[in-house]
Structure formats: structure tokens, C-alpha cells
Ligand binder design. Structure first.
Ligand SMILES: C[S@@+](CC[C@H](N)C(=O)[O-])C[C@H]1O[C@@H](n2cnc3c(N)ncnc32)[C@H](O)[C@@H]1O
Length: 232
């Protein structure tokens, strides 16, 4: 059962909501997010035909890193949706999206079954209702289409480490999280006709610790995960 993060919090960083947090993080997001969390994980997926996707939608697209990655992999058109104007402004500058919309992942302003792929990266850990997210993602993809979800690992949240970053002023700022356990993902996705094809977890390995010694405190632990679903 999904839980509020607060009951696990071990860091006690100052915590703000998604709007305030990403208004601040947008200023430095592209140079502070670590590609090992998500892009390296996406590369390992074997069940998504990246090269033949005509229409994709990026839910919680942020500054557009994933749209740019999808376009490099051959996606023809990528639409993006995010609720943070500051993050979307940066995505627009990259010029990789066919269209960008402001709004909530649970109420996307796109037509039913329009997309071959709905992807969401590092966003659902901020979404209270995981069932609403999967319902919307399943609505957006055609039968046989794919839903790819990459997110911060619930083990990290249960260990008490929230989504956080160091601001330009040098203080740690956390952004409100929700803990969705794997049983929540499976129940929510199955309820809207999605079948699980693949799942991967990204561990903190020796190479990562060599590059970023601070990661040593979570050596060998999983920090992110990817799931590939197919609409039945
Ligand atoms: C950590 S960033 C990830 C951005 C991008 N997917 C990436 O991987 O670079 C999380 C993004 O999710 C967005 N977000 C969080 N909750 C959302 C919601 N309910 N609806 C739409 N966007 C949301 C935030 O505004 C932010 O841009």
C-alpha cells in the first residue's frame, strides 16, 4: 500500500512541494542529475522497440532529457507533459518535442490510444495516486503499445533518503515524495490492462563509487528501477 514518505524520513531536509522544488531545481537540474540513475537503465531494456516508435509521450518530462534521448534512439514525435513551468521552459529550449503541455500526469490533455509509448522517468515518486498515473498512461497508448516507467527505488525512500538536491545557495532541499511499493505498481498497472514484460534495478556499483565517492554509503544497493509494460 502506497505510503507518505514522512514516516521514513531519516534526513529531515527542508521539504517543499513539487511546484516549489522544481522551480528551484530547474536552474541546475541538467547539470546535477546523474545519468546513471535513468539513462543507463533505459539502455539495458530489451523489450522496447525504440527505433520504430512513431509517437511517444513523456509524462513528467521535466527539462526534456528523456525526449532528447528518445529522439536520438529514433522516435519520430515525442509529446511532453509536466506540471512545472520552470522545467518545461527548459524542455522547450531543447526543441526536441513535437508538443509540450502543462498539467498533471493523471489528467494528460492527449487523445486516447494516440501513442506507441508512454514513458515516465523519476516522476511517479512525487505522485500520490499511482493508480491514476497508470490509468492515464494505459489510456494514452494504443493496444500493443508500451508503458515504460523509471523511478527512484522505493528501497531508498524506505531507507529514509528523499528526492533531494543541493541548491545554488548550497543547502539541501527535498521534494515531497510518496512511497509506492512494487505491489502497488503491479496492482495498479494490472487493473488497467498492462502486462509486465521486463524489470531492471540499478545498483550502486564500484564504478559509480569511484566516480562519486559519496555514493559509498549506499554501495550495492538499488537506487532506481525500470519497468516495461505492454497494453494488452
Ligand atoms: C526528477 S524530475 C524528472 C524529469 C525528467 N523525466 C528527467 O528524467 O529528467 C521529475 C519531474 O516530474 C514532474 N512531476 C512531478 N509530479 C508531477 C505530476 N503529478 N504531474 C506532472 N509532472 C509531475 C516534476 O515537475 C519534474 O519536472
Amino acid at each position: 500500500m502506497s505510503e507518505r514518505f514522512g514516516k521514513y524520513d531519516q534526513r529531515q531536509y527542508h521539504t517543499v512541494d513539487v511546484a516549489a522544488g522544481y522551480a528551484e531545481w530547474a536552474k541546475i537540474y541538467d547539470r546535477s542529475v546523474d545519468r546513471r540513475l535513468d539513462l543507463d537503465l533505459l539502455k539495458t531494456l530489451e523489450n522496447v522497440p525504440w527505433g520504430i516508435l512513431e509517437n511517444a509521450v513523456d509524462l513528467g518530462c521535466g527539462t526534456g532529457r528523456i525526449g532528447a534521448w528518445l529522439r536520438r534512439r529514433g522516435a519520430v514525435r515525442v509529446a511532453g507533459l509536466d506540471r512545472s513551468p520552470a522545467m518545461l521552459k527548459r524542455a522547450a529550449r531543447k526543441g526536441r518535442y513535437a508538443g509540450l503541455a502543462i498539467g498533471d500526469v493523471a489528467r494528460a490533455p492527449f487523445a486516447d490510444a494516440h501513442f506507441d509509448l508512454a514513458i515516465s522517468v523519476l516522476a511517479t515518486c512525487h505522485v500520490a495516486d499511482i493508480r491514476a498515473f497508470y490509468g492515464e498512461a494505459a489510456r494514452l497508448v494504443r493496444p500493443g503499445g508500451y508503458v515504460v516507467l523509471v523511478d527512484y527505488h522505493p528501497f531508498m525512500l524506505v531507507r529514509g533518503i528523499p528526492t533531494h538536491f543541493k541548491t545554488e545557495a548550497g543547502t539541501q532541499l527535498a521534494i515531497k515524495n510518496w512511497v509506492h511499493f512494487f505491489e502497488d505498481h503491479v496492482a495498479a498497472a494490472r487493473a488497467c490492462g498492462l502486462a509486465l514484460l521486463e524489470m531492471r534495478e540499478r545498483m550502486v556499483d564500484r564504478a559509480w563509487i569511484r566516480a562519486k565517492p559519496g555514493m559509498g554509503s549506499i554501495a550495492n544497493e538499488p537506487v532506481s528501477f525500470a519497468m516495461v509494460w505492454r497494453r494488452e
